[in-house]
Design a protein around this ligand. Structure first.
Ligand code: DGP
Length: 125
């Protein structure tokens, strides 16, 4: 069920619980700005989620309230994870769903990194 991305941050969301170590994840990378882990329901041979450490509901929230340091650190972490996964030469796709029409289900910003195969058209038609 997609979320309303204008709602305040919910500390009990599943990715907040992963960040606090209350729930497990298959960690791919972590630094002071970001945590990256494999998606539990992969939609491509490589499907990694990268989340900021701070409490941001969505890309909208992060771009509005995140500090320049957090935003730069997060963007760099996404690039680092994709490079380390060997995705640059074959290519990959980034996706951040926002709110209802975007189909966002977890109310903590996450960027999907998809790769490992040709990914087809950008959106289903
Ligand atoms: P989105 O629709 O953009 O909000 O995508 C949410 C993604 O999060 C979806 O691909 C499945 C993934 N996901 C949901 N719960 C968990 C979890 O507990 N662990 C992991 N690793 N991924 C999860």
């Amino acid at each position: 069920m997609p979320i309303d991305a204008t709602k305040p941050y919910d500390e009990s969301n599943i990715f907040a619980r992963i960040l606090r170590g209350e729930l497990p994840c298959t960690k791919v990378y972590e630094n002071e700005f970001a945590l990256a882990f494999n998606d539990i329901k992969p939609a491509a041979p490589v499907h990694i989620l990268v989340i900021p450490k701070g409490p941001y509901v969505s890309w909208d929230d992060f771009s509005a309230r995140g500090s320049a340091e957090e935003i730069a650190g997060f963007v760099k972490a996404v690039g680092h994870v994709a490079r380390e996964a060997g995705l640059v030469e074959p290519g990959y796709r980034l996706l951040a769903n926002v709110g209802m029409n975007g189909g966002q289900e977890v109310p903590h910003l996450h960027v999907h990194i998809f790769g490992g195969a040709g990914l087809g058209p950008m959106l289903a038609r």
